[in-house]
Design a protein around this ligand. Sequence first.
Ligand code: DGL
Length: 277
Amino acid sequence: MNAESVPLSLSVKSLNHTPIGIFDSGIGGLPIAQKVRELLPSEDIIYVADTAFAPYGEKSEAEILQRAIQVVEFLLSKNVKAIVVACNTATMVAIKTLRERYDVPFIGVEPGVKPAAIHTKTGVIGVLATEKTLSSHAFDALAKRVAGNVQMEIQPSPKLVHLVENLQLDFDQAHKAVREYVEPLMIKGADTIILGCTHFAHLTPVIEQVAGSPVTVISTELAVAKEVQRRLDLEKLLCVATLPAMNRFYTSGDLDLYRKQIAHLWQDVETVGIYQF
Ligand code: DGL
């Protein structure tokens, strides 16, 4: 929905005060939501973790699109003014169709191939992502467009999504799986590693420790949050209300686990409501 399609009874002013919707297959989009919260402190946020259907990376494209549609319809029923697809897999597979189908600004997330290609000194970049992202047409097109001059090594990393969902985030719990995925990239000469799955941002310290200091790890949370700000500004949808804004978290999965995840990962748990989707 944009300002033009709002019913007369709902003014542009009140649309500015409606929430931003953010979703992922699970808690992978939380670092993006956190950056949106920091950058736009007046904005209400509704975050959906589609946990009952995670991991998206192991689903068919038709299933991912169907889940994305379900979540988007839920968010639209909550009157959101913009939707952040805080999932590389869903962005690669579904965002084009979502944009064609719904009249609301969509902001997606894609692996940071362009900054990595600019940054690398060895000319070799590595991408950690889901199997589905790495095999998608959209990723292939992105790589051809922006990484034509570098060698790109890809590494599907399914175990990392499971570790994150289970809050196994510290070095002792995660280093074995991280090493399994990071070492092959380094052996091939990668000096720049892209976190091409939003879940992996939760493991940044472990990935950096395993890769060591000559390697730069690239993730996109801040860039996505800035894009959300830019789009809302462009569409004249920024909220100018006073603090505090609210944060509502929904899951299609287990509510007790979700409460634990949010308590562990969200900085300001005082302002949070947690619900079943
Ligand atoms: N967090 C998601 C991504 O950025 C996908 C994880 C999954 O559900 O497989 O691709």
